[in-house]
Ligand binder design. Sequence first.
Ligand code: FPP
Length: 252
Amino acid sequence: MSNLQSFQITSHAPRAASHALPRHIAIIMDGNGRWAKARNLPRTAGHKKGADALRRVLDSCRNAGISYLTVYAFSSENWKRPQDEINDLMQLLQHYLQQELQTLHENNIRLRFIGDLSLLSSDIREQVAHAVEMTSRNASFNLTIALSYGSRQELVRAMQAIAADVKTGALQPQDINEQRLADALDTGDLPEPDLLIRTGGEKRLSNFLLWQSAYTELYFTDALWPDFDSAHFTEALGDYAKRERRYGTTGV
Ligand code: FPP
């Protein structure tokens, strides 16, 4: 143990409550395109492998005893990608839902979607609504897919809903508080993420869960999302277990 580590332990003992296992993990699944490019494959091939990685990580979360997984599948900004890639991603999502829904349901997994779903085609919206309704009473695990999602846009929509309540007189401006705003977000019925993982080497949040991540532990890895496996997952959990979460306090 280094001098610094021993100093920290003695000077901060007792340490802040230990949170060895995150309850909620959020993931920015980045690097599909680079994974494909390195193999001279079309970007879609990277996204397909990305869907496989999602299946793996979902299993890892459930095996580890984590209760919530939220993944960034398609951002508000992704609408600016070439139409072909957008179509491929939407097709992949539809395919994933068709293939996985029954298994998710049998495994008692509740599926949610966050984001501006009004921008999706009507057939995807119907499929999404069906998946959400079918799994709505499941309680063993919570998978949330962020689709057409941007945190700033989500905050704007929440504020519009709050403003509408103020306009009708159902809500007084002085009664707007952090809880009221958090409840109006798409994530209103989810706990805040404890750990946010971003693969693919970039170190930014890219408009993902900005409000919700105020005290979230961030973990960045160079691994490209299609390569992210149970060993990377275990490494991320190990890193998280060493963190001291202080929520702005001194931790003593
Ligand atoms: C970012 O990689 C990834 C995406 C924009 C899409 C994420 C989608 C999946 C993992 C597909 C599976 C998801 C579901 C729900 C079926 P990128 O394309 O920006 O990669 P790059 O930074 O290497 O170009």
